[in-house]
Design a protein around this ligand. Structure first.
Ligand SMILES: *[C@@H]1O[C@H](CO)[C@@H](O)[C@H](O)[C@H]1NC(C)=O
Length: 111
């Protein structure tokens, strides 16, 4: 049983590692009324976006699964361009340093 569970977890990590940063958290002892994220309680069966840009699901059994809601640009012209994070939209824009209304081409994103 433990071996099966461990391999399921390992497989899950492998799958999620290449597209988004995710984690799951089991409910703590005696915590059955919802999911706790940074001291904020969320209803069982709800989905929510946190103010640090994680998309989370609170399952009926109190298990919480969260994934980063945005991708981080890693390959672009770093001489000419800059990645600007919009915290409200949970989104990166890559724009020219000299003219921020001009978008730059992004060759690769992670997350
Ligand atoms: C910045 O780029 C926009 C869109 O290409 C252009 O309309 C605008 O004139 C540019 N501004 C400056 C200061 O170069």
């Amino acid at each position: 049983m433990n071996i099966v569970l461990a391999s399921v977890i390992a497989f899950g990590l492998l799958v999620t590692a290449c597209n988004a940063f995710c984690f799951t958290e089991l409910p703590k002892m005696g915590q059955t009324e919802g999911c706790l994220y940074k001291d904020k309680l969320h209803r069982l069966g709800s989905k929510f976006r946190t103010n640090d840009c994680m998309d989370c699901t609170c399952h009926m059994d109190g298990k919480m699964a969260c994934c980063q809601a945005y991708a981080t640009p890693v390959e672009y012209d770093k001489e000419k361009c800059i990645a600007v994070f919009n915290r409200k939209a949970c989104h990166y824009r890559v724009v020219e340093k000299r003219n921020r209304s001009k978008e730059c081409e992004v060759l690769a994103m992670v997350g």
